[in-house]
Design a protein around this ligand. Structure first.
Ligand code: PNS
Length: 163
């Protein structure tokens, strides 16, 4: 695939989106013309939030970043990239422990779709410990998640506890 300059896809489960995700997307968008945030419809773990909810949460959290759009995909990321003629994947790296799996995914994606490159944005130290799974766990047991996720996501997590 010939490179399509200035455009990248930021894929993820975003169940739910955290401030760490938003920071990586904002920073990718500073350097690129356009960033497509791609929400996987059916992640390997049963999601807490539906695809519609996750997409809406991201859209709301990114209204201030005009060169982003939120899309979704079901199946392989390379198929989404091929359809959109996107040749760059941007992912966040929090710690060395993320690296092994991210490297494997990046190499698998490049093997499946030659020319698809992956670049990593390093997480800010203040978000290095943050993950959607931990946020869900803290919230499930009634702990505070303010400051870790956008306000509307915190509200959605609180509503989830009441369901
Ligand atoms: O937020 P996550 O859960 O770390 O995101 C992982 C995701 C969705 C980016 C990754 O699992 C993915 O790309 N899944 C799509 C299936 C696929 O393409 N698998 C082959 C890549 S190794």
């Amino acid at each position: 695939m010939s490179p399509r300059n200035g455009v990248a896809v930021c894929p993820g489960s975003f169940d739910p989106p955290t401030n760490g995700h938003i920071d990586v997307i904002e920073r990718a968008a500073r350097h690129l013309d356009h960033v497509v945030v791609a929400v996987i419809a059916n992640p390997s773990k049963e999601p807490m939030f539906s695809l519609h909810e996750r997409t809406e949460m991201l859209e709301k959290a990114l209204t201030h970043v005009s060169n982003t759009e939120v899309g979704s995909f079901d199946g392989l990321l390379v198929d989404f990239a091929r359809e959109r003629e996107i040749t760059l994947v941007v992912k966040g790296l929090r710690a060395v422990s993320d690296y092994d799996y991210e490297l494997q995914m990046a190499q698998m994606n490049a093997a499946l779709l030659p020319g698809l490159d992956t670049m990593f944005v390093t997480a800010k130290p203040e978000w290095a410990f943050l993950s959607s799974s931990l946020v869900k766990e803290v919230s499930r047991f009634g702990g505070p998640v303010d400051g870790l996720v956008p306000e509307h996501v915190a509200a959605a997590l609180a509503a989830q506890r009441g369901r």
